[in-house]
Ligand binder design. Sequence first.
Ligand SMILES: Nc1nc2c(ncn2[C@@H]2O[C@H](COP(=O)(O)OP(=O)(O)OP(=O)(O)O)[C@@H](O)[C@H]2O)c(=O)[nH]1
Ligand SMILES: [Zn+2]
Length: 345
Amino acid sequence: MTWWDSADDDEPERYDESDVRVRPNPKGNKPRTKVRPEHADAVTGVVLGVDRGRYTTLVDEGLPTEREVLAARARELRKRAVVTGDRVDLVSDTTGDDGTLARIVRIQPRATLLRRSADDTDEVERIIVANADQLLVVVAAANPEPRIRLVDRYLVAAFDAGIEPLLCITKTDLADPADFLANFAGLDLPVFESANDEMPLDEIGRALVGHRTVFVGHSGVGKSTLVNALVPSADRATGVVNTVTGRGRHTSSSTVSLRLDTEDGTGWVIDTPGVRSFGLGHVNPDNILGAFSDLAVIAERCPRGCTHLPDAPDCALNEALEAGELGDSGRARLDSLQRLLTTFA
Ligand SMILES: Nc1nc2c(ncn2[C@@H]2O[C@H](COP(=O)(O)OP(=O)(O)OP(=O)(O)O)[C@@H](O)[C@H]2O)c(=O)[nH]1
Ligand SMILES: [Zn+2]
Protein backbone atom coordinates (compact mmCIF):
# COMPACT_ATOMS: atom_id res chain seq x y z
CA MET A 1 0.00 0.00 0.00
CA THR A 2 1.02 3.57 -0.38
CA TRP A 3 0.03 5.48 2.60
CA TRP A 4 -0.07 8.94 1.13
CA ASP A 5 -2.83 7.68 -1.13
CA SER A 6 -4.99 6.91 1.83
CA ALA A 7 -4.04 9.99 3.78
CA ASP A 8 -6.45 12.79 3.13
CA ASP A 9 -3.99 15.22 1.70
CA ASP A 10 -5.78 17.86 -0.24
CA GLU A 11 -2.68 19.43 -1.66
CA PRO A 12 -0.43 18.10 -4.36
CA GLU A 13 2.86 16.73 -3.20
CA ARG A 14 5.65 19.26 -3.26
CA TYR A 15 9.15 17.96 -3.58
CA ASP A 16 12.45 19.39 -4.29
CA GLU A 17 14.06 16.02 -4.57
CA SER A 18 12.26 15.04 -7.72
CA ASP A 19 15.50 13.98 -9.31
CA VAL A 20 16.34 11.72 -6.42
CA ARG A 21 15.93 8.17 -7.54
CA VAL A 22 17.79 5.00 -6.87
CA ARG A 23 17.35 1.58 -8.28
CA PRO A 24 15.88 -0.89 -5.83
CA ASN A 25 18.71 -2.73 -4.21
CA PRO A 26 17.91 -6.43 -3.94
CA LYS A 27 20.39 -6.83 -1.11
CA GLY A 28 18.54 -4.47 1.17
CA ASN A 29 18.69 -0.86 2.21
CA LYS A 30 22.38 -0.28 2.31
CA PRO A 31 23.68 0.77 -1.05
CA ARG A 32 27.07 -0.58 -1.97
CA THR A 33 29.93 1.81 -1.75
CA LYS A 34 32.33 1.74 -4.60
CA VAL A 35 35.89 1.92 -3.39
CA ARG A 36 37.86 4.42 -5.41
CA PRO A 37 41.29 4.68 -3.89
CA GLU A 38 42.23 7.41 -6.32
CA HIS A 39 40.14 9.75 -4.19
CA ALA A 40 42.16 9.01 -1.07
CA ASP A 41 42.59 12.76 -0.50
CA ALA A 42 38.84 13.36 -0.28
CA VAL A 43 37.38 15.25 2.67
CA THR A 44 34.13 14.28 4.34
CA GLY A 45 31.10 16.54 4.56
CA VAL A 46 27.52 16.19 5.70
CA VAL A 47 24.82 17.18 3.23
CA LEU A 48 22.71 19.96 4.74
CA GLY A 49 20.41 20.53 1.82
CA VAL A 50 19.86 19.89 -1.84
CA ASP A 51 18.78 22.47 -4.37
CA ARG A 52 18.61 21.85 -8.11
CA GLY A 53 21.50 19.44 -8.27
CA ARG A 54 23.69 21.47 -5.93
CA TYR A 55 24.48 20.05 -2.52
CA THR A 56 25.34 22.24 0.43
CA THR A 57 27.67 20.28 2.65
CA LEU A 58 29.27 21.02 6.00
CA VAL A 59 32.91 20.08 6.33
CA ASP A 60 34.87 19.84 9.59
CA GLU A 61 31.80 20.39 11.76
CA GLY A 62 32.69 21.92 15.11
CA LEU A 63 36.32 22.56 14.16
CA PRO A 64 37.95 25.94 13.49
CA THR A 65 38.09 24.91 9.84
CA GLU A 66 34.34 24.30 9.69
CA ARG A 67 32.94 25.51 6.37
CA GLU A 68 30.08 25.08 3.98
CA VAL A 69 31.14 23.59 0.69
CA LEU A 70 28.90 23.61 -2.34
CA ALA A 71 29.17 20.44 -4.36
CA ALA A 72 27.83 18.60 -7.36
CA ARG A 73 27.46 14.88 -7.77
CA ALA A 74 30.22 13.13 -9.69
CA ARG A 75 29.17 11.42 -12.87
CA GLU A 76 29.79 7.98 -11.45
CA LEU A 77 27.15 8.66 -8.78
CA ARG A 78 24.52 9.76 -11.25
CA LYS A 79 22.19 6.89 -10.48
CA ARG A 80 22.63 7.21 -6.75
CA ALA A 81 20.56 9.51 -4.61
CA VAL A 82 22.48 11.92 -2.43
CA VAL A 83 20.16 13.29 0.24
CA THR A 84 20.11 15.54 3.26
CA GLY A 85 22.04 13.92 6.07
CA ASP A 86 24.31 11.89 3.82
CA ARG A 87 27.98 11.80 4.75
CA VAL A 88 29.84 12.25 1.50
CA ASP A 89 33.43 12.34 0.32
CA LEU A 90 34.38 15.47 -1.57
CA VAL A 91 37.18 16.18 -4.01
CA SER A 92 38.48 18.99 -6.20
CA ASP A 93 37.94 22.45 -4.66
CA THR A 94 36.77 21.89 -1.09
CA THR A 95 37.73 25.32 0.24
CA GLY A 96 34.14 26.49 0.29
CA ASP A 97 35.26 29.82 -1.17
CA ASP A 98 32.75 31.81 -3.18
CA GLY A 99 32.27 30.48 -6.66
CA THR A 100 33.92 27.12 -5.98
CA LEU A 101 32.31 23.77 -6.54
CA ALA A 102 33.43 20.47 -5.06
CA ARG A 103 32.56 17.05 -6.40
CA ILE A 104 30.85 14.30 -4.40
CA VAL A 105 32.59 11.04 -5.23
CA ARG A 106 31.31 8.73 -2.51
CA ILE A 107 28.34 8.31 -0.22
CA GLN A 108 29.35 6.77 3.07
CA PRO A 109 27.25 3.91 4.43
CA ARG A 110 24.03 5.16 5.99
CA ALA A 111 23.08 4.42 9.58
CA THR A 112 19.40 5.01 8.83
CA LEU A 113 17.29 6.19 5.97
CA LEU A 114 13.78 7.50 5.68
CA ARG A 115 12.18 6.66 2.42
CA ARG A 116 9.18 7.87 0.67
CA SER A 117 8.96 4.53 -1.02
CA ALA A 118 6.14 3.50 -3.20
CA ASP A 119 4.43 0.16 -3.03
CA ASP A 120 6.06 -3.18 -3.69
CA THR A 121 5.48 -3.01 -7.41
CA ASP A 122 6.99 0.41 -7.82
CA GLU A 123 10.54 0.47 -9.09
CA VAL A 124 11.27 3.92 -7.81
CA GLU A 125 12.21 4.62 -4.27
CA ARG A 126 12.83 8.08 -2.96
CA ILE A 127 15.11 8.53 -0.04
CA ILE A 128 14.34 11.68 1.87
CA VAL A 129 16.75 11.85 4.77
CA ALA A 130 19.79 9.77 5.69
CA ASN A 131 21.39 9.23 9.09
CA ALA A 132 18.64 10.77 11.21
CA ASP A 133 18.29 9.17 14.62
CA GLN A 134 15.08 10.84 15.81
CA LEU A 135 11.74 11.69 14.21
CA LEU A 136 9.67 14.42 15.83
CA VAL A 137 6.05 14.05 14.82
CA VAL A 138 4.18 17.34 15.12
CA VAL A 139 0.43 17.10 15.45
CA ALA A 140 -2.14 19.69 16.54
CA ALA A 141 -4.65 19.16 19.33
CA ALA A 142 -7.17 20.88 17.06
CA ASN A 143 -7.28 22.81 13.79
CA PRO A 144 -6.43 20.54 12.07
CA GLU A 145 -7.99 17.74 14.09
CA PRO A 146 -5.43 15.09 15.13
CA ARG A 147 -5.70 11.65 13.59
CA ILE A 148 -4.46 8.52 15.30
CA ARG A 149 -3.80 6.61 12.10
CA LEU A 150 -1.64 9.37 10.77
CA VAL A 151 0.58 9.36 13.82
CA ASP A 152 0.66 5.55 13.70
CA ARG A 153 2.04 5.74 10.18
CA TYR A 154 4.80 8.06 11.22
CA LEU A 155 5.61 5.77 14.13
CA VAL A 156 5.79 2.72 11.90
CA ALA A 157 8.10 4.52 9.47
CA ALA A 158 10.33 5.53 12.37
CA PHE A 159 10.44 2.12 14.02
CA ASP A 160 11.06 0.43 10.70
CA ALA A 161 13.99 2.74 9.99
CA GLY A 162 15.45 2.27 13.47
CA ILE A 163 14.73 5.90 14.36
CA GLU A 164 13.41 7.00 17.76
CA PRO A 165 10.07 8.78 17.49
CA LEU A 166 9.06 11.79 19.59
CA LEU A 167 5.66 13.47 19.60
CA CYS A 168 4.88 17.15 19.93
CA ILE A 169 1.23 18.09 20.23
CA THR A 170 0.67 21.76 19.45
CA LYS A 171 -2.27 24.11 19.94
CA THR A 172 -3.14 22.70 23.35
CA ASP A 173 -4.60 26.16 24.00
CA LEU A 174 -7.37 25.17 21.57
CA ALA A 175 -8.23 21.71 22.87
CA ASP A 176 -7.32 19.27 25.62
CA PRO A 177 -5.09 16.62 24.04
CA ALA A 178 -5.54 14.04 26.83
CA ASP A 179 -7.98 11.77 25.00
CA PHE A 180 -5.87 11.75 21.86
CA LEU A 181 -2.65 11.14 23.76
CA ALA A 182 -4.20 8.22 25.64
CA ASN A 183 -3.92 6.27 22.39
CA PHE A 184 -0.15 6.37 22.66
CA ALA A 185 0.19 5.71 26.36
CA GLY A 186 1.35 2.17 25.69
CA LEU A 187 4.43 3.36 23.85
CA ASP A 188 7.74 4.63 25.18
CA LEU A 189 7.03 7.82 23.29
CA PRO A 190 8.29 11.11 24.70
CA VAL A 191 5.46 13.65 24.38
CA PHE A 192 5.77 17.44 24.40
CA GLU A 193 2.72 19.63 24.76
CA SER A 194 2.88 23.06 23.20
CA ALA A 195 0.49 26.01 23.34
CA ASN A 196 0.58 29.38 21.66
CA ASP A 197 2.33 31.24 24.46
CA GLU A 198 3.77 28.21 26.18
CA MET A 199 6.11 26.32 23.93
CA PRO A 200 8.30 23.86 25.84
CA LEU A 201 11.42 24.94 23.99
CA ASP A 202 13.93 24.06 26.69
CA GLU A 203 12.45 20.63 27.12
CA ILE A 204 12.37 19.91 23.39
CA GLY A 205 15.85 21.42 22.97
CA ARG A 206 17.28 19.05 25.54
CA ALA A 207 15.80 16.10 23.64
CA LEU A 208 17.41 17.30 20.42
CA VAL A 209 20.96 17.88 21.64
CA GLY A 210 23.36 15.35 20.20
CA HIS A 211 20.79 14.09 17.72
CA ARG A 212 19.73 14.56 14.14
CA THR A 213 15.98 14.96 14.36
CA VAL A 214 13.63 14.99 11.40
CA PHE A 215 10.52 17.14 11.92
CA VAL A 216 7.37 15.94 10.20
CA GLY A 217 3.76 17.00 10.31
CA HIS A 218 0.90 17.85 8.06
CA SER A 219 0.24 21.34 6.87
CA GLY A 220 -1.02 23.79 9.46
CA VAL A 221 -0.08 21.90 12.60
CA GLY A 222 2.43 24.59 13.60
CA LYS A 223 5.65 22.83 12.64
CA SER A 224 7.23 25.95 11.15
CA THR A 225 6.21 27.98 14.17
CA LEU A 226 7.98 25.43 16.33
CA VAL A 227 11.09 25.27 14.15
CA ASN A 228 11.38 29.06 14.14
CA ALA A 229 11.04 29.21 17.91
CA LEU A 230 13.71 26.56 18.38
CA VAL A 231 16.06 27.93 15.72
CA PRO A 232 15.34 31.65 15.43
CA SER A 233 17.63 32.02 12.43
CA ALA A 234 15.64 29.39 10.55
CA ASP A 235 13.11 31.76 9.07
CA ARG A 236 10.78 29.01 7.97
CA ALA A 237 7.68 30.28 6.25
CA THR A 238 4.69 30.18 8.56
CA GLY A 239 1.06 30.94 8.83
CA VAL A 240 -1.31 32.79 6.70
CA VAL A 241 -1.07 33.29 2.98
CA ASN A 242 -0.60 36.86 1.90
CA THR A 243 -3.81 37.37 -0.02
CA VAL A 244 -2.31 40.03 -2.25
CA THR A 245 0.81 38.27 -3.40
CA GLY A 246 -0.13 34.69 -2.61
CA ARG A 247 3.29 34.41 -1.06
CA GLY A 248 4.31 33.95 2.50
CA ARG A 249 3.60 30.30 2.57
CA HIS A 250 5.54 27.30 1.40
CA THR A 251 8.25 29.63 0.27
CA SER A 252 10.78 26.94 0.95
CA SER A 253 9.82 23.43 0.08
CA SER A 254 13.10 21.60 0.25
CA THR A 255 14.45 19.58 3.14
CA VAL A 256 16.97 21.55 5.17
CA SER A 257 19.20 20.99 8.18
CA LEU A 258 19.24 23.66 10.86
CA ARG A 259 21.72 23.77 13.67
CA LEU A 260 20.21 24.09 17.12
CA ASP A 261 22.53 25.67 19.65
CA THR A 262 21.69 25.30 23.31
CA GLU A 263 23.58 25.63 26.57
CA ASP A 264 23.77 21.86 26.67
CA GLY A 265 25.21 21.46 23.21
CA THR A 266 24.14 21.34 19.61
CA GLY A 267 21.72 19.25 17.64
CA TRP A 268 20.33 19.22 14.14
CA VAL A 269 16.76 19.93 13.14
CA ILE A 270 15.93 18.52 9.73
CA ASP A 271 12.80 20.16 8.42
CA THR A 272 10.86 18.45 5.67
CA PRO A 273 8.28 20.96 4.47
CA GLY A 274 7.13 19.09 1.40
CA VAL A 275 7.16 15.68 3.01
CA ARG A 276 4.15 14.75 5.01
CA SER A 277 4.31 11.04 4.67
CA PHE A 278 6.66 8.14 4.37
CA GLY A 279 6.25 5.03 2.34
CA LEU A 280 5.26 1.92 4.23
CA GLY A 281 5.66 -0.39 1.28
CA HIS A 282 8.66 -2.30 2.60
CA VAL A 283 8.09 -2.34 6.33
CA ASN A 284 9.49 -5.33 8.16
CA PRO A 285 7.12 -6.36 10.99
CA ASP A 286 10.11 -7.54 13.03
CA ASN A 287 11.36 -3.96 13.16
CA ILE A 288 8.06 -2.84 14.68
CA LEU A 289 8.08 -5.66 17.22
CA GLY A 290 11.71 -4.82 17.99
CA ALA A 291 10.65 -1.37 19.15
CA PHE A 292 8.66 -3.09 21.94
CA SER A 293 11.62 -4.84 23.52
CA ASP A 294 9.63 -6.21 26.46
CA LEU A 295 7.09 -7.80 24.12
CA ALA A 296 9.72 -8.97 21.62
CA VAL A 297 11.22 -11.25 24.29
CA ILE A 298 7.87 -12.93 24.85
CA ALA A 299 7.15 -13.17 21.13
CA GLU A 300 10.16 -15.43 20.75
CA ARG A 301 7.82 -18.18 21.99
CA CYS A 302 5.31 -17.51 19.20
CA PRO A 303 4.78 -20.01 16.39
CA ARG A 304 6.78 -19.31 13.25
CA GLY A 305 5.20 -16.62 11.12
CA CYS A 306 2.92 -15.48 13.94
CA THR A 307 1.16 -12.21 13.08
CA HIS A 308 0.76 -11.33 16.80
CA LEU A 309 -2.69 -9.98 15.97
CA PRO A 310 -5.63 -10.67 18.31
CA ASP A 311 -6.78 -13.66 16.24
CA ALA A 312 -3.32 -15.23 15.83
CA PRO A 313 -3.44 -18.87 16.97
CA ASP A 314 -1.15 -19.71 19.91
CA CYS A 315 0.36 -16.23 19.93
CA ALA A 316 2.52 -16.01 23.05
CA LEU A 317 1.72 -12.32 23.42
CA ASN A 318 -2.04 -12.83 23.50
CA GLU A 319 -1.60 -15.77 25.87
CA ALA A 320 0.65 -13.76 28.19
CA LEU A 321 -1.92 -10.99 28.27
CA GLU A 322 -4.70 -13.42 29.18
CA ALA A 323 -2.56 -14.96 31.87
CA GLY A 324 -2.04 -11.50 33.34
CA GLU A 325 1.70 -11.63 32.74
CA LEU A 326 2.06 -8.34 30.91
CA GLY A 327 1.57 -6.10 33.93
CA ASP A 328 -0.62 -3.03 34.31
CA SER A 329 0.33 -1.42 31.03
CA GLY A 330 0.34 -4.69 29.10
CA ARG A 331 -3.06 -4.31 27.50
CA ALA A 332 -2.26 -0.81 26.22
CA ARG A 333 1.16 -1.84 24.95
CA LEU A 334 -0.11 -4.89 23.12
CA ASP A 335 -2.98 -2.84 21.70
CA SER A 336 -0.46 -0.30 20.41
CA LEU A 337 1.73 -2.96 18.88
CA GLN A 338 -1.22 -4.65 17.21
CA ARG A 339 -2.51 -1.35 15.90
CA LEU A 340 0.88 -0.53 14.38
CA LEU A 341 1.19 -4.02 12.90
CA THR A 342 -2.09 -3.51 11.05
CA THR A 343 -1.06 -0.07 9.80
CA PHE A 344 0.91 -1.47 6.90
CA ALA A 345 -0.41 -5.04 6.72
N1 LIG B 1 -3.69 28.52 18.72
C1 LIG B 1 -2.50 28.12 18.31
N2 LIG B 1 -2.11 28.38 17.04
C2 LIG B 1 -0.89 27.97 16.63
C3 LIG B 1 -0.01 27.27 17.50
N3 LIG B 1 1.12 26.96 16.82
C4 LIG B 1 0.96 27.45 15.57
N4 LIG B 1 -0.25 28.07 15.45
C5 LIG B 1 -0.83 28.71 14.25
O1 LIG B 1 -1.15 27.71 13.30
C6 LIG B 1 -0.98 28.21 11.96
C7 LIG B 1 -0.08 27.26 11.17
O2 LIG B 1 1.22 27.31 11.71
P1 LIG B 1 2.52 26.96 10.85
O3 LIG B 1 3.66 26.99 11.78
O4 LIG B 1 2.58 27.77 9.63
O5 LIG B 1 2.16 25.47 10.45
P2 LIG B 1 2.99 24.41 9.60
O6 LIG B 1 2.78 23.12 10.25
O7 LIG B 1 4.37 24.86 9.40
O8 LIG B 1 2.20 24.43 8.25
P3 LIG B 1 2.75 24.52 6.75
O9 LIG B 1 3.51 25.81 6.68
O10 LIG B 1 1.51 24.52 5.93
O11 LIG B 1 3.60 23.30 6.56
C8 LIG B 1 -0.37 29.61 12.12
O12 LIG B 1 -1.42 30.56 11.98
C9 LIG B 1 0.17 29.60 13.55
O13 LIG B 1 0.18 30.88 14.11
C10 LIG B 1 -0.45 27.02 18.86
O14 LIG B 1 0.23 26.40 19.69
N5 LIG B 1 -1.69 27.48 19.20
ZN1 LIG C 1 2.63 -13.83 18.33
